[in-house]
Design a protein around this ligand. Structure first.
Ligand code: UD1
Length: 429
């Protein structure tokens, strides 16, 4: 027996939902609690599989953790271990980010290499080079990174060839307890990087320039504790906005900074939707069939790769031919074959998808391959005629809090079901 999500599509969406706290801000902030000698309280934390895995990871280093009603409390008076196993890093890539705090606070770390996944090869060379520049001795053997810095890390000048989000997180954490000042050029500018810097500063760190491509981090001997609230999840917000764009209707997503969604509001305007922006909310009105678009993914403030599958799902029923180029992850088109099973007309060559809009998608049993590919299928199923089933929903549970409840409140017919293995064989998924 296993769960799937059933969606009867073809209904307009309307109403208001509240975005959850951002998963991709929660994970680095939770890793950074390992830097803090005093208790930390984080609010607006989404109750997601990835967050719970991250808390389990912190436990292995001797952290005392509690998670209730969106509030996480973490206390790590001292580090009791220095190793993140392959099974943890495999289950949660972001586990690799503990490398920096373990090294800068404890002087040693053994962390399994995350390896590639469905969206790309995902090397970590920039993480390791940066830590090496800060004085860490690094060896990679049998798929494990062994890093030591017996006399502590030191500030350095680091230049990134590409604004990697994860490598930027790693440097912010490492440099915050290093001796001296670190100058990071070519840094990622994502709102989640700013959130991590804000958290470290709230705990007594000294980081300047987060949100720009040059960040200065003045190392401290110790970080204390902090009370910190997470930003709203811009990717989750984009999911609801793009679902409304595809299904038609009028939907408001509150609890998110519209600037963090850049450039999606402009893209939706170009596609023929009406957009109204408030201080912490955004409203979309859509007549359903979008105008075709040409969009390229890029690091923030470019169009987020995490929104690529979501936008593609909405464009499958656009009135014309759209083109989406993926420049961040080479393999991020896993959703295409499943969308085509629902009647979409998409061809992919190199990193470019050409989406010829069809009038209507038809319901089908489909399989989520990763979080955003799964969310793209939800958007497609909401817009399609008939009843679709989405399998492998554990991917959605990693990134979407109360997904069915939120979509139901907007008028969608969506629910979790339990099927037996014979059903599964019949659907051929
Ligand atoms: C994070 C996000 C992910 C998002 C991505 C880009 C989390 C948990 N994950 O992933 O949802 O899609 O940012 O916005 O926050 N690269 C290298 N060498 C490195 C590091 C990265 O070549 O050392 C390459 C990657 O292979 C990829 C590109 O840089 O092609 C971007 O990766 P990066 O920004 O590091 O993504 P993540 O931090 O893994």
């Amino acid at each position: 027996m296993f769960d799937f999500i059933e969606i009867s599509g073809g209904r307009e969406l309307s109403g208001e939902i509240l975005a959850s706290g951002a998963k991709n801000a929660a994970l680095p902030v939770l890793c950074a609690t390992l830097l803090c000698s005093e208790p930390v309280k984080i609010t607006n934390v989404p109750n997601l599989e990835d967050v719970n895995l991250c808390l389990r990871l912190l436990d292995t280093f001797g952290a005392e953790t509690g998670f209730n009603n969106g509030i996480v409390e973490v206390s790590v008076p001292s580090l009791k271990a220095a190793e993140a196993s392959y099974s943890l890093v495999k289950a949660l890539r972001a586990s690799f980010w503990v490398l920096a705090p373990l090294l800068s606070r404890g002087g040693a770390a053994r962390v399994a290499l995350p390896g590639g996944d469905i969206i790309g090869a995902r090397p970590v060379d920039m993480h390791l080079e940066a830590l090496g520049k800060m004085g860490a001795e690094i060896k990679v053997k049998n798929g494990v990174v062994f890093a030591t810095a017996a006399s502590g890390l030191k500030g350095a000048e680091i230049n990134f060839r590409f604004p990697s989000v994860g490598a930027t997180h790693q440097v912010l954490m490492a440099a915050s307890l290093a001796r001296g000042t670190t100058l990071l050029k070519g840094a990622a500018r994502e709102p989640e990087v700013v959130a991590l810097a804000d958290f470290i500063n709230a705990a007594g760190g000294d980081i300047e320039g987060a949100g720009s491509d040059t960040i200065v981090i003045r190392g401290k001997e110790e970080l204390a504790g902090a009370n910190f609230s997470l930003i709203g999840d811009r990717i989750e917000a984009a999911t609801y906005l793009l679902a409304a764009a595809a299904s038609g209707g009028c939907v408001t997503v509150a609890g998110v900074n519209p600037l963090h969604l850049r450039p999606l509001p402009d893209i939706l305007l170009q596609a023929g939707c009406d957009i109204a922006v408030g201080r912490d909310k955004i409203t979309i009105s859509s007549q359903r069939r979008l105008k075709p678009l040409k969009v390229t993914t890029a690091p923030y403030p470019g169009f987020a790769t995490d929104m690529q599958a979501l936008l593609m799902a909405a464009l499958t029923i656009a009135d014309g031919v759209s083109v989406i180029e993926e420049t961040v992850f080479e393999g991020r088109f896993g959703h295409v074959a499943e969308l085509c099973r629902m009647g979409a007309n998409i061809s992919v060559r190199d990193q470019v998808a050409t989406i010829t809009g069809v009038e209507c998608l038809s319901a089908a049993p489909v399989e989520a391959l990763d979080i955003r590919a799964g969310a793209a299928l939800v958007i497609a199923a909401l817009a399609a005629e008939g009843t679709s089933r989405i399998y492998e929903i554990q991917h959605l549970r990693r990134g979407y809090e109360r997904l069915e409840e939120k979509f139901s409140s907007l008028g969608a017919l969506i629910g979790k079901r339990l099927s037996d293995p014979e059903d599964y064989l019949l659907t051929g998924c």
